[in-house]
Write a protein that binds this ligand. Structure first.
Ligand code: SDX
Length: 450
């Protein structure tokens, strides 16, 4: 008997021979050709629950049907109210607000409040939120000793990830993940401290003394001060650069169930504390296919070298020799709305810093790719990482620091997703199944007989 099942979707009325009175309104009727049995499976939110398939068996001792979905290409792991993406239309909204409006009208801390609390803050709420984060920008002095242990050329992401995890040893009470007040306190600490850790890693890399937080400055300005202040009494930030960094932080704050957020939710589901969970999320982000792509884009542009070499490079990509970094996305099959805003922001930054010559190569690469069948067929468009590195380089950040600049704002998104998971009654410890296709049982073979 062929192992194929016939599935009827009542919303379209396909497969008429299945009787309709036996099942709820929206459902699939799955007919198992191995047993000729039919199973009604309810459809909710355009999905079916994988657990509803377990009743499909060929015998009483059969474990039951599972879904098989490597890399979760077509699996919803949770219900969420935080971020909405429409990949075909290039739409991104945080808590219902279009990213374009938030990038134009808000500060990053305002958006972080929105992502974590679900509503834009009132003036008083924003003032309290800003105060609670600002008073947590300092690091324990022992953290400096910890960071001094790294080689001068240690990658800043390795330093960030390790230091985030190390912070869990300074705040053991953070393990009380089901206590709302404790969670709130750690959220303030993490959003407040992540720029300080990033800046200290950068100063260590440059062999410069650490610059302590200046709590009179805005979130982005304080970060720039901790990075670039030298012997002057007070760092004077260029307002165009301050605003550009705030916009970049807003654009990177959250992005629904991406690889790093999936890691955050998975680690957090075991009730690990938010510091080690955030370290795990940052570790996932570090990968070149994820947040590490912004660093790889600059390396790719430098490898191309000049605008006239772009066609040759594109030919190599089409021949399967590597990927066009900063292009493509699991969800966006249209232009990433963040890339559009970043490109507009770049023009404002270059008026202050001078034009980055890499931009010419990047725009030529985009021009050619967007009209080439190979990329069009695969719906490959620039993503958030394609232009961000060009701005970061113009702002004076070393290439190794680019992914750290992604991790700083994404910390608020990770924490919002983490808290939503903890408060979701449907969630429990994440533990996927597998399809085992290894050996059946076999007996031990002594070494002399192998
Ligand atoms: C981020 O998920 C998120 O939301 C992530 C993020 C966030 O905010 O958290 O948006 C941030 O991670 C952005 C993505 C940054 N990564 C890169 O720019 C690296 C380059 N991009 C690719 O590695 C890739 O596009 C991914 C990883 C982003 C998406 O990979 P998918 O969805 O698994 O797609 P795929 O690898 O199955 O590709 C489908 C086809 C393949 O070709 P065929 O096998 O069909 O012939 O498209 C090709 C791929 O080879 N392809 C590319 C390509 N991306 C996909 N070919 C050349 N260059 C590319 N960049």
């Amino acid at each position: 008997m062929p192992d194929n099942t016939i599935v009827q979707d009542t919303r379209t009325g396909k497969n008429p021979e299945a009787s309709k009175e036996m099942v709820p309104p929206d459902h699939l009727t799955i007919k198992d050709s191995r047993t000729n049995k039919e199973y009604p499976v309810p459809i909710q939110n355009g999905t079916i629950k994988a657990m509803d398939l377990r009743k499909i068996k060929v015998s009483d001792d059969d474990f039951g049907m599972m879904t098989y979905d490597p890399a979760f290409m077509n699996t919803a792991s949770c219900q969420s109210k935080i971020t909405f993406i429409d990949g075909d239309k290039g739409i991104l909204r945080y808590r219902g607000y279009p990213i374009e409006q938030l990038a134009e009208r808000c500060t990053y801390l305002e958006v972080a409040y929105l992502i974590l609390h679900g509503e834009l803050p009132t003036k008083t709420q924003l003032a309290d939120w800003t105060h609670n984060i600002t008073v947590h920008t300092l690091l324990h002095e022992n953290v400096k000793k910890f960071m001094d242990g790294f080689n001068y050329d240690a990658h800043p992401m390795g330093m960030l990830i390790s230091t985030l995890a190390a912070l869990s040893t300074f705040y053991p009470e953070s393990k009380n993940v089901h206590d709302a007040a404790t969670r709130k306190h750690q959220i303030h600490r993490l959003i407040g401290k992540v720029p300080t850790i990033a800046a200290f890693a950068y100063r260590h890399h440059r062999g410069l003394p650490y610059v302590y937080p200046d709590n009179e400055l805005s979130y982005p300005a304080n970060f720039l001060s901790m990075l670039f202040k030298m012997t002057e009494k007070k760092y004077v930030v260029n307002p165009v650069i301050e605003r550009a960094l705030d916009i970049l932080f807003i654009l990177h704050a959250d992005h629904e169930q991406n690889c790093g957020t999936n890691a955050m939710r998975s680690i957090g589901s075991s009730q690990a504390d938010p510091f080690v969970s955030t370290a795990g999320a940052a570790a996932a982000l570090y990968g070149p296919l994820h947040g590490g792509a912004n660093e790889q884009v600059l390396r790719m542009l430098r490898e191309i070298g000049s605008k006239d070499k772009v066609p040759e490079f594109v030919k190599r990509i089409k021949a399967g020799e590597g990927k066009l970094m900063g292009f493509g996305h699991r969800v966006y099959k249209n232009y990433d709305p963040r890339a559009k805003i970043i490109k507009e922001t770049a023009d404002k930054v270059f008026e202050v810093t001078g034009r980055n010559p890499q931009l010419e190569i990047a725009t030529e690469l985009e021009r050619i790719a967007l009209q080439d069948e190979y990329f069009m067929k695969r719906k490959l468009y620039p993503n958030v990482d394609f232009y961000s590195g060009i701005i970061y380089e113009a702002l004076g950040f070393p290439t190794e620091a680019f992914t750290v600049l992604f991790a700083i704002p994404r910390t608020s998104g990770w924490l919002a997703q983490w808290e939503e998971m903890l408060l979701d009654p449907e969630q429990k410890i994440a533990r996927p199944r597998q399809v085992y296709n290894g050996y059946d049982t076999r007996n031990f073979v002594p070494i002399e007989k192998r």
